[in-house]
Design a binder for this molecule. Structure first.
Ligand code: FE
Length: 213
């Protein structure tokens, strides 16, 4: 937890102003770059639109479903998630490193960004509001079991909970445990069981009975 290397230490004060400050900076930068002819505003709009509407947790769910069904892909994902995810055609940003952490009966993984809101956008889309909230960011580290209880997740007492602190350079994706009773399922169908929260570690994958058949 100790060395959380961010290039944006200046805005981890309160959450509300963090956002508007960042937005202002983005707007100012966008204006300068556009005026100088470096960027096309339409291209920027397309990128924003992509994150808002086309890249969401379904992308991550398909990655998880593939890992559940394909041991070779699962191994590749755990070894180098950036590479494995890029091979599936998901956008990855230059300089980023994505790390997949696998849940087992012995260890449950949970992700947080204690300083701001670093998040694996290319597989989960935009972060949920609570992910950026001060209570989540501080309690996830101090009392992960309590946070899980708030999300209605109860784990066996002997399951270790490991919390991973994201940074601008290294972000995490939780590979949840595959629910029982899903043998032979297609990846599309498996992906329906994979919730956004299960990939952040504040939830578990749904059981077959919990989705419409
Ligand atoms: Fe951050």
């Amino acid at each position: 937890m100790a060395d959380h290397e961010h290039d944006h230490h200046d805005h981890h004060g309160d959450h509300g102003s963090e956002l508007s400050e960042a937005q202002l900076r983005v707007r100012a930068l966008e204006t300068i770059l556009t005026e100088k002819g470096y960027v096309d505003p339409a291209a920027l709009d397309a990128i924003v639109e992509t994150y808002e509407t086309r890249i969401g947790p379904r992308n991550g769910a398909l990655v998880v479903a593939r890992a559940w069904n394909d041991p070779v892909f699962r191994q590749a994902l755990l070894e180098d998630a950036s590479k494995a995810v890029a091979a599936l055609g998901h956008i990855s940003r230059v300089g980023d490193h994505l790390v997949a952490v696998e849940n087992t009966p012995r260890r449950h993984n949970m992700i947080v960004c204690t300083l701001c809101s670093c998040y694996p956008w290319e597989v989960l889309g935009l972060p949920p509001i609570w992910y950026k909230s001060a209570p989540y960011r501080s309690r996830a580290v101090k009392d992960p079991r309590g946070v899980l209880a708030d999300f209605n997740v109860e784990l066996p007492k002997d399951t270790e909970i490991r919390v991973w602190d994201s940074t601008a350079e290294t972000r995490f994706l939780v590979l949840p445990m595959r629910p029982e009773g899903t043998e032979g399922w297609s990846e599309e169908r498996l992906a329906d069981l994979v919730t956004r929260d299960s990939m952040i570690g504040t939830g578990l994958a749904r059981k077959p009975g919990e989705i419409a058949q």
